[in-house]
Unconditional design. Sequence first.
Length: 250
Amino acid sequence: MGEMGLTVKGKRALVTGASSGLGLHFAGLLAEAGAEVTLAARRLKKVSAEAEAITKMGHRAAAVRLDVTDPASVTAAFAEHAYDIVINNAGISEEGSALEMDVSAFQRVLDTNLTGVFAVAQAAARGMAQNGGGSIVNIASILGLRVAGHVSAYAASKAAVVHLTKAFALEWARHGVRVNALCPGYIETPINTEFFATEAGQALIRRIPQRRLGQLTDLDAPLLLLSSDASAFMTGSVMAVDGGHLVSGL
């Protein structure tokens, strides 16, 4: 089929958690691939500046304030347009021992990573169902499929997102709405570069079969595949992009 199959030209896309990291990268990627992209995050000033930067590069981008933990904010963000593609990316983590973590900290993670994903997907699917369908990509994690220490809330939330993705896919297939999950492994970003330079970070890298961290660009083709009509017969799929980390020896 070639790269032409991964086109999103003429599509309207929204990316949550688009002010930095994976979300910002995905927004730029979709815009560069021809989609009209709305960057959504709690910090409107930040996403507005990023949308402006994408527009200056000759692409189409806009910004909207969206707090995934506030149902009214979600409703408002989807009131103006229906979207063909929604990347459900907003997420947080609370690190620490499960013995010592406050229940309120656990709840905060679930409010954003699980309930927020539900609220955004529901709003997105309602619009898509009225407009002939669309694609929702939930950004989960390999920690939703296997666990690591001191991230119990994050791991539980991402495991729930994987299962929720499948539940959505089952219910919404008849409406032409596809829902898939992308599970990144350890991806190098400005936030974690310092850690991966340490002895502990280097030890973790050695446990990845490919012996390297992923780069943001390693997620490009998988994200475009799930977003585009090239994956028209894929729904309820869970795609890991992790250098083989999930199949590392026990």
